[in-house]
Design a protein around this ligand. Structure first.
Ligand code: GRF
Length: 194
């Protein structure tokens, strides 16, 4: 068995994807140990959920830092202080610049609710519906400096039905994200980290 990598999950909100990783990592065979959850929003619901699951949590309010770079330095130091080896963004709503990304390249992944390379950025479900697409979905990808631009590790497709709204599609896609992300994190670690 490969050694379990000390993994941090970065969140900003309710943390459903983060919890799916926490659940998967309960299995001793899973290649990641969720050692830390960091939120840039101190009131994120996900922080409470992680704490209730016995995971160490830290809030780093980005508004308390004078620039994006200073926030990212603090985030990097927090991860280093906790001996973090791998980072999974899960509903983390801050754009990460090269100052952070370059220090974590090959150890930093994200989940995005679209079939990348389609619909990088926001409002993905509304854009897929407006375009008349037959499917929406979600992708887990390596993080590079271009937002949502890194190589895709794994994807899941969800059929768009007549009458779907951005909200109904988001709900259906999220249900699939919860199995996609644990599978993709395991694959990412097995593919890239020896
Ligand atoms: C998910 O749909 C994820 O793909 C997107 O933001 C949402 C986060 O939800 N990046 P949660 O915080 O995991 O519940």
């Amino acid at each position: 068995m490969t050694r379990r990598l000390r993994t941090a999950v970065l969140i900003s909100g309710r943390g459903s994807n983060m919890m799916s990783l926490v659940e998967a990592a309960r299995s001793p065979d899973y290649p990641a140990d969720i050692s830390l959850v960091v939120s840039n929003r101190p009131n994120a619901q996900g922080l409470t959920r992680a704490r209730d699951a016995g995971i160490k949590t830290i809030a780093l309010d980005h508004k308390a830092f004078k620039s994006r770079e200073v926030f990212e330095d603090a985030l990097h130091k927090t991860l280093e202080d906790h001996d973090i080896e791998f980072v999974a963004c899960a509903g983390f709503m801050r754009v990460l610049t090269d100052s952070f990304v370059s220090r974590w390249t090959g150890r930093l992944i994200n989940i995005h609710p679209s079939l990348l390379p389609k619909y990088k950025g926001l409002h993905t479900h509304a854009r897929a519906i407006e375009a008349g697409d037959s499917h929406g979905g979600a992708s887990v990808h390596w993080v590079v400096t271009e937002v949502d631009g890194g190589e895709v590790i794994d994807q899941v497709k969800v059929r768009i039905e007549t009458g779907d709204t951005p909200e109904s599609l988001a709900e259906k896609v999220l249900a699939e994200e919860l199995t996609l992300y644990p599978r993709a994190l395991a694959r990412a670690i097995q593919d890239r980290v020896v």
